[in-house]
Design a protein around this ligand. Structure first.
Ligand code: NAP
Length: 369
């Protein structure tokens, strides 16, 4: 019998990417799906999925939710915090699959990234675990890129600097970046030839400090700038986004001894896809060729990019990977600092491997299990 699956958060940026992937992979053919909303209950769903329920249901209706076999939520932590324990407390024993971070630190949850931890996921399903959560976007993308080194237990420690797109913060933030760009473009005056480029810059820099500059969500300009702070502050000076690096990586890999990971997470003015610059210390002095082979052979999505200008600027950028499952990794070189240290730079679509794709594959695994 087909499983009843509730889909919450399909309108958001992660949910809509998930929806498109599920349509493309014909995943809806093997489930009875019911779409929920927190804001448009009773309306007709604005897309067509053959033979499926057409009316949006109330995402806070415990009765309907508790009748489902599987709930997949891309709605966000606030929703999960409100509804997850309510459902569990009335004895609902279905599978909960989630994109948000709220459940990642729960003892009885598994962070899913099946190209990296499929056996662990299967073991946990067999043990009766019912809560499966997608990882933080940069963590999942980092593991997809460096999975071979982790699998062979070669990493002594890792430091990462991230360059995260506006869409990583959600629809409203992405839209605000575009409004900021529009605001700036309106101030451009290329027709006045007496203005030097520095006069134009001065005018823009002055105007983005004005009160009418759109910054309701980011609080500050992102267009023409960057924000070296993502999420709230936690202990020892880290942000929550930086804290997730070590915690989630080690939870996904189920490591016995913690692999130290730290970094600085930065929001930049790209629309989609996150980039990361790694400094990695290996446990041994491996040749660059060895390192590249280990990285390349881990999964079919990771692509080692040659360390030259042409390949790098054409293949190792957000523009090159937007909308793709590929995980290019390049700038692989030994560092002057230590013979066991090397650098690498990777890019990945955070809405695919960093969010929607692990959830889609988890749902498929449960359907076919
Ligand atoms: P989002 O775009 O803000 O969408 C979340 C919800 O906001 C939607 O389901 C929708 O709910 C509501 N919404 C309000 N105004 C909207 C608008 N103008 N357009 C679309 N939806 C609107 O959030 P998200 O980025 O998809 O993130 C969802 C969860 O995934 C979060 O917990 C996030 O941390 C996590 N995550 C995000 C990313 C990423 O790259 N964005 C990556 C990994 C994990 P209703 O239809 O019910 O109103």
């Amino acid at each position: 019998m087909m499983k009843d699956v509730g889909f919450i958060g399909w309108r958001g940026i992660v949910g809509s990417v998930l929806l498109k992937r599920m349509v493309k992979k014909k995943d809806f053919n093997s489930i009875n799906v019911i779409f929920f909303t927190t804001s448009q209950c009773g309306k007709i769903i604005p897309f067509s999925i053959k033979n499926k329920c057409k009316i949006l249901q109330d995402a806070y209706n415990i009765e309907i939710l508790s009748s489902l076999d599987i709930i997949i939520s891309c709605q966000g932590s606030e929703y999960t915090e409100k509804m997850y324990s309510k459902l569990r407390s009335i004895g609902w024993n279905g599978y909960w699959i989630d994109a948000s971070s709220y459940l990642r630190s729960f003892k009885k949850s598994v962070i899913v990234l099946d190209p990296i931890n499929l056996n662990f996921i299967k073991k946990k399903i067999d043990m009766g675990i019912k809560t499966f959560v997608g990882g933080n976007c940069t963590v999942s993308l980092m593991l997809m890129a460096l999975g071979g080194l982790f699998k062979n237990n070669l990493i002594e420690w890792l430091f990462v600097s991230t360059y995260q797109a506006a869409s990583g913060a959600g629809s409203s933030f992405m839209k605000e970046l575009l409004l900021q760009m529009k605001f700036i473009s309106k101030k451009l005056n290329f027709k006045n030839h007496s203005l030097s480029i520095l006069d134009i810059e001065k005018n823009i820099s002055k105007n983005i400090k004005n009160s009418d500059f759109p910054k309701k969500y980011f609080s500050v300009p992102l267009a023409g700038s960057l924000i070296p702070w993502i999420d709230k502050k936690v202990c020892n000076g880290q942000t929550k986004e930086e804290w997730k690096g070590q915690f989630e990586t080690n939870k996904i890999l189920n490591t016995k001894k913690i692999i130290p990971i730290d970094g600085v997470c930065v929001r930049i003015g790209t629309l989609r896809s996150h980039s990361q610059s790694f400094t990695i210390k290996l446990k041994q002095n491996l040749s660059l060729n060895n390192i590249k082979n280990i990285i390349q052979s881990n999964n079919k999505w990771v692509k080692v990019i040659s360390n030259n200008m042409d390949d790098t600027i054409n293949n190792l950028t957000p523009v090159a990977v937007n909308g793709k499952l590929d995980i290019p990794i390049g700038r692989i070189k030994k560092l002057n600092i230590d013979k066991n240290c090397f650098s690498a730079f990777s890019v990945g679509d955070q809405l695919l491997w960093g969010a929607a794709e692990p959830l889609r594959r988890m749902l498929k695994l449960l359907i076919n299990y």
